[in-house]
Design a protein around this ligand. Sequence first.
Ligand code: ADP
Ligand code: MG
Length: 308
Amino acid sequence: MKQQLSSTNTQYSLKAASLPEEIKPVYTLTNAIMHESNPIQEKGLISIQGVDKIFVSERGHRVHALSNTWIEVAEKDFICIVGPSGCGKSTLLRIVAGLEQASSGQVLFQEQVQNKPHPQIGMVFQQYSLLPWRTVEENIILGLEIDRSSAHKKKETAERYLELINMKQFRHSYPFELSGGMQQRVAIARALANDPQVLLMDEPFGALDAHTRILMQRELLRIWEKNIKTVLFVTHSVDEAIYLADRILVMSARPGQVKEIIDVDMPRPRTRSNPRYGQLSEHILDMLEFDNISQSDTNNEYFSEVHA
Ligand SMILES: Nc1ncnc2c1ncn2[C@@H]1O[C@H](COP(=O)(O)OP(=O)(O)O)[C@@H](O)[C@H]1O
Ligand SMILES: [Mg+2]
């Protein structure tokens, strides 16, 4: 296995050699392998250790979704994960959320093995997943009801998050009365209202139109800055990842594994006109193109974004 990983990395390194000096990958596939043989490394809040996931269908068909994935996530990190379609990004988030079990390897959260949903880990899905029969306010406090919090705490929390997402005047509206962007704000508020330490977001803005998406990205950063959480955010948009992340984790085609982790050392708010934006984007797209060329079953979603 290591042999195979190393050869992939060698091919990639040839491309990396021509990168601008200021784009410094801090974590390459080689590091990922060294990490495996060097367990004495500072552990983060979330420690993804050699996770493999193989799905086996009822007819015995096997899909190797994730392979030997190692990631350390520090407290208050905002990490975006990009990678070809089907490379296991959602699977990885679901394993971290405790909704799916790894076939081998493990995820530690606060140094405990993470094998079931944890109240300190919240998740926001691509589809808004609000309960249609509950109002905005009732959706936001859903988790508090499950926890049997006091009426006072529910009221106070609802106020705080309605304010945070600028939706006080919609507190009694039902999801069908809201736009997609508004529904997603409620879904984010609902996840935050449980006050989780970690927020997992799986392409949360994927279904939004381009304009709403940009507004939501700003909104998310505003909420995050007021209310800092550790965020793991999956996106297929390289542009979105550069706009949001402290670090971008680029995954290889299936079976997915960490190809590189890139520090986005641009101050916020970031402007797309910053030349580093373009350089980083080109670098990441280059890596994804490499996978696209070497894998026949991936699609061209990243490239349509660039040419749009
Ligand atoms: N429950 C499942 N059963 C069988 N195969 C699955 C299941 N979930 C995901 N897969 C497969 O695992 C691979 C990775 O899926 P996924 O994590 O959804 O990828 P991504 O989010 O990167 O697009 C895909 O080939 C997908 O078809
Ligand atoms: Mg997915």
